[in-house]
Design a protein around this ligand. Sequence first.
Ligand code: KIV
Ligand code: ZN
Length: 571
Amino acid sequence: MLKHPASKYRPFPPVNLADRQWPNRTITQPPIWMSTDLRDGNQSLFEPMNAERKMRMFHMLCEIGFKEIEVAFPSASETDFNFVRGLIEGGHIPEDVTIEVLTQAREHLIRRTMESLKGARRAIVHVYNPISKPFRETVFRMSKAEVVDMAVSAVKLVRQLADQQPETQWVLEYSPETFTAAELDFSLEICDAVTEAWGATPDNKVILNLPTTVELATPNVYADQIEWMHRQLARRDSVILSLHTHNDRGTAVASAELGLMAGADRVEGCLFGNGERTGNVDIVTLAMNLYTQGIDPGLDFSDIDAVARTVEYCNQLPIHPRHPYVGDLVFTAFSGSHQDAIKKGFAVQQSDALWSVPYLPVDPKDVGRNYDSVIRVNSQSGKGGIAYLLETEYGIVMPRRLQVEFSGVVQKHADSHGGEISAAEIWQLFSATYLDTVAPVRYREHHLFEHGAAQGIRLNVDIGGISHLLTGEGNGPIDAAVHALQSAGIYVQVRSYEERSMGASGEAGDARACAFMEIADAEGSTGCYGVGMDANIVTASIKALVSGTNRIGVTLPKTGAIAWDGASAVA
Ligand code: KIV
Ligand code: ZN
């Protein structure tokens, strides 16, 4: 229950568009992108960008591939005015990039705006005025006709001033601000009047930008509004229909996507959704959403972290760790079942095949991330993530039942220590659990020998701190070593054995072979794993036997009960 009954609010009325077409459409090509990071984004900052930050952002936007960039609100501040001058006079604007500036539909502001653009090769002049009922009736106390006249007069003035600066190729953009809250037929009336006043033609189109200045309804309502306008505009062939969505309800991306399906050609927004209040639509998310549908967005986010760091520097705002496609945690799985599925997905994903790794909607490498952080371990994690980290960081490919056993060790550690566990910590736990098992039996060395058809072994081990040389025979080295231990009264059974080669990586040092042995006690009632590593595979397997023997908790036979190979027992 909130502070006041929900009757304080009312549902947004639907659009009367029974034959809407957009639900059956799909997006097949990227829109014309327009970055408003330097205007709408900049206006929303605690501390608007200084000239250096603005310039840095501008250059990055050009590198990403934006061809239209709203660089300033020149009549609003000296910084913005001077920035536009600096861009033009400093020759910073690439040939294929058009700068755009915003102005209210007021004479003195338009004059100042046009002045800022002197000498530009090409420029978009973006004129706006609020048109919805609360603005008409409460804020400005204007009739509909007066609001239309305000827009038309502004456009005519831009036309007149533009004609005085013929060295520039002029484009007009008009935004009926608060479009989503306005009557549709009134939006249409004013947009058609502006198109007419500008003298737009198919070769000299006007940009009509229809903003969700404040997001008020579900995205389907916006799509209906856009489709309605798209179908009703008097000179649609002379119009570039543009979207400018804000995120008050958290659906700016959905609104823009449905708006494109509804017939729009262009989208304005900011990187990572900066902008007034809850932000403008996030162009990165929109572009990456297209990319993951097989459409090249025409914007380069192949080093998304570099873009993110520059945006954070310029805006002086952090990007949330869960922000789509870029957040520090978005390619990370902590949950055990997710890790397991991702690990299996990676194992079968071919580099040239369609991407289909579970839980990862995009290949992290496509945005310049690596796979290092994909699987991270905390108390929520399972065996899959642990196994993945040991495999990728240390070259240890554990058998499945060992994964289950070892995840219990890691889980216990996580529960008692809290927080995330790094790959290095997992390796330390693994070593301490399986490799550094020093009591009661410690492997020293062995020698194999042939005895008829049998395999013989002389096994030098410490038992209870005293070195012994044991002898055993069997049908192979492991069997012989088991019998050698039996000769000392230590009875274990080998349930399963696997060996894997591994790279010499990290702290695993020179070890090339890793042996995993599942050991049971003499009765076969309890079992656990032993692990051995060595450059020599037989040595690795005997170490695994000794490791498992120690871990299963053999009780040392009483002194004198050990059937020593007496002559060779070494004190
Ligand atoms: O959100 C909005 O309506 C605007 C206009 C100036 C386009 O930013
Ligand atoms: Zn806006």
